[in-house]
Design a protein. Structure first.
Length: 216
């Protein structure tokens, strides 16, 4: 019933979160979205933006993926349904409310190829023992990329997880004055022999940074 009614008008349920203030589950035009007051977190414009980034990645060479900033799990749906990716995925999100919503509202199910961790991304990286072929960084608080994601320590930790064929997708907010910090991140990646590309103004809202080791 909600699906049919949503073609006439959006139907929204609000849930409180310690980290994101108020989360919204909204049915719109027959599809369910996870939003905050000002941003789409999953299954809307964000899903489209990350799909554009994934088209730049050589997924056939990717044996495992780390997703930092799980949201409602839309990037996992995109990987599985649109790219037929069936190998190992690890998802990390600090917010237990979001993880519960991903499972209960969006039918995200853990299995032998999907492991989900409720943990701060920096702590996860500091404790991590694995190497990853692809890391997707999609960490937001409402419309803002947290400052720690733009700091050198975070990117040093990211590079310590790199496999020999490492690739990165970083979803960055367009409206923040982060040009200098983004340039510093690109410089760190270039110094570590990564080829970088920025895709600007995707859906008019976001910039994606794509990084791949040069020998790919």
């Amino acid at each position: 019933m909600k699906r049919l009614l949503s073609y006439l008008y959006p139907i929204t349920k609000k849930i409180k979160s310690k980290y994101s203030d108020t989360l919204e589950i909204t049915w719109y035009n027959g599809k369910k979205h996870l939003n905050t007051k000002n941003a789409n977190y999953s299954y809307g414009s964000l899903q489209h933006i990350l799909k554009i980034g994934l088209k730049q990645i050589q997924l056939k060479t990717v044996e495992n993926i780390l997703v930092l900033g799980l949201g409602g799990g839309s990037v996992i749906e995109t990987l599985r349904k649109d790219f037929n990716y069936k190998k190992q995925i690890y998802g990390v999100d600090i917010d237990p409310v979001i993880i519960d919503l991903a499972k209960e509202e969006f039918s995200l199910k853990t299995d032998q190829n999907l492991k989900i961790f409720c943990q701060d991304a920096v702590d996860f990286l500091d404790e991590n023992k694995l190497n990853y072929d692809l890391i997707i960084i999609d960490i937001f608080i409402d419309t803002e990329v947290p400052n720690f994601v733009l700091e050198e320590h975070f990117w040093t930790a990211i590079l310590k997880t790199a496999s020999a064929k490492h690739q990165i997708i970083f979803n960055a907010a367009l409206h923040q004055n982060n040009d200098q910090k983004l340039a510093s991140i690109i410089s760190i990646l270039n110094q570590n022999k990564y080829k970088t590309e920025t895709l600007n103004k995707l859906n008019g809202t976001n910039t994606l940074l794509i990084a791949q080791r040069n020998h790919l």
